[in-house]
Design a binder for this molecule. Structure first.
Ligand code: AMP
Length: 511
């Protein structure tokens, strides 16, 4: 389709102006609101005088204002960094240290314990509201375009500090054209679930797709996702047509027996990404929504949300012991390579490597990590995913786990090393490691901490655990904090003298 994404957004805002773009439990905003809010804020950003193309950090939850601020930021030529309101002070410090944003937009207030680096401008929540309502006209004279960076999403990092994945306008365009194209056969103006946090790139699948198709997003906030009663009451009222989520969120919805086609008559598409779609989840869903098309898509943040997809049918489910992740989108090539980076023979297992127009140019201000995973091809960047897989004789890509210590827990990407760093910062810990526990479907069900504790005065282990967890909440994202703590006198040591994580993983999983 080509064309600048922002021009397309402006065109849609005009043609669908009175349609509802965002519905947050009955609090609605139209396409016209998106246009007015983003234009006014883009004009304000221009006069705020940040360096050209410098990133803007946008802090908040699942509000419409977040999306209006993202669009405003890129309209004025600046990439945005979405940062979740649940972020710890330590994570914020690390993001600021890496990205050095000159401007912060507060959709929600920054945590009180956080001290802003000097010379950082902040648009406070209350002032943001008045800026949004200024109704300043704006024309797209210098939007983000071509290879300019559109957004930067921070993911878990091995050294304890998150890595900022830079996604360009053209990266996003490649993904957007695929997700709105014929493959997923979506309704014209889709009514779509908006549940994943904006700091997780799966959200791009729901909001960018729905926006470019002139549809309506139905927001489900983090608080609501955690309150099952309220969630189960709300969902059937949303008239959803398209369900974009991790398989874990679908599992949660499936706990409610009323989550079935009778109560969701228009829900005909499920788009999954972010972690393995197990046969169990598919079977349950298929039985409850027999007429729906269920898609498994796969991709890392570094290649813009998803690069492969397949509609899982009962025939496919029967044929495979682990569901396939599909074929690459047309503009993308996937290779399987061995440890030396050489392509393996057809059908053999190895690391999944992605090359195409949606592959990022690398991590923000992190040449070391970028060099380890990103390589140059003739035209596009090539990303080494760290995922293991192989192609079968039908050309389906099969996912076979990770090469390293990265896991997915409830859809969140976590580097065990980052959790280890956090655990070892605790005053009560002499030595500790984080260990995943898997179920029979290769899904992580629990993150455990194996801890050698320092001497302490707690009378029971549960009190010690409470104290450690309390400390961890100060510097770790809540989803990274282990839920079970196991205390040991010592941890197994491998031949190279380091803690033998693999041995503990084996022990926890009885393999
Ligand atoms: P993220 O960058 O958070 O999207 O995480 C990307 C990682 O999630 C991939 O490298 C895979 O390890 C995993 N992943 C994503 N989609 C799938 C899928 N459909 N099946 C299995 N693993 C997946």
């Amino acid at each position: 389709m080509g064309k600048n994404i922002l021009q397309r957004i402006d065109d849609i805002c005009q043609s669908a102006s009175a349609n509802i773009f965002y519905d947050d439990q009955g609090k609605t905003n139209t396409y016209q609101d998106l246009k007015l809010y983003s234009d006014s804020l883009a004009a304000w950003i221009d006069q705020a005088g940040s360096t050209t193309k410098s990133p803007i950090l946008i802090f908040g939850g699942q509000e419409f204002q977040m999306l209006a601020a993202f669009v405003a930021s890129v309209k004025s030529g600046h990439p945005y960094i979405p940062v979740d309101a649940a972020s710890s002070v330590e994570r914020l410090d690390s993001i600021f240290a890496t990205a050095a944003p000159e401007l912060v937009i507060e959709v929600e207030d920054l945590p009180s314990g956080f001290s802003l680096p000097e010379n950082t401008k902040v648009l406070k929540k209350t002032d943001l509201e008045s800026v949004f309502h200024q109704k300043t006209a704006y024309s797209l004279t210098h939007p983000v375009k071509g290879d300019d960076i559109f957004y930067i999403i921070f993911t878990s990092g091995t050294t304890g500090s998150p890595k900022g994945v830079q996604i360009s306008h053209n990266n996003l365009l490649s993904f957007a054209d695929w997700v709105t194209g014929p493959f997923f056969d979506l309704p014209k103006r889709p009514v779509t679930l908006a549940q994943p946090p904006f700091s997780f790139d799966l959200s791009v699948m729901d909001w960018v797709m729905t926006l470019l198709m002139g549809g309506t997003l139905k927001a489900v906030s983090k608080e609501l996702s955690e309150n099952f009663k309220a969630l189960f009451e709300l969902l059937p009222k949303l008239s959803l047509q398209v369900f974009v989520s991790t398989p874990s969120f679908a599992d949660l919805c499936l706990v409610d027996p009323e989550f079935k086609a009778d109560n969701f008559p228009e829900l005909k598409r499920f788009l999954f990404c972010g972690e393995e779609l197990t046969k169990k989840t598919y079977q349950k869903l298929q039985a409850r929504f027999p007429e729906a098309k269920i898609f498994n898509t796969y991709g890392p943040t570094e290649a813009t949300v998803a690069v492969t997809g397949v509609q899982i049918t009962p025939a496919i489910e029967k044929e495979y012991s682990r569901l396939p992740i599909g074929r690459a989108k047309n503009d993308t090539k996937i290779f399987i390579v061995d440890e030396n980076g050489d392509q393996v023979d057809k059908g053999k297992s190895g690391e999944i490597v992605i090359s195409g127009p949606s592959v990022s140019k690398g991590y923000l201000n992190n040449p070391g990590k970028t060099k380890q995973a990103f390589f140059d091809d003739q035209i596009y960047k090539v990303y080494h995913t760290g995922d293991l897989g192989r192609f079968d004789d039908k050309g389906q890509l099969l996912y076979e786990g990770r090469k390293d210590f990265q896991i997915k827990l409830h859809g969140y990407r976590i580097e065990l090393e980052e959790v280890n760093q956090g655990l070892n910062q605790s005053h009560y810990v002499k030595q500790a490691i984080a260990v995943p526990r898997y179920d029979a479907d290769h899904k992580v069900t629990q993150l455990q901490a194996w801890v050698v504790a320092k001497e302490n005065d707690f009378s029971k282990p549960i009190e010690l655990t409470k104290a450690i967890k309390k400390e961890l909440t100060e510097y770790m994202m809540p989803y990274m904090i282990p839920t079970r703590f196991i205390y040991k006198d010592k941890l197994p040591i491998s031949l190279n003298g380091k803690v033998d994580i693999k041995a503990v993983i084996k022990e926890v999983n009885n393999v």
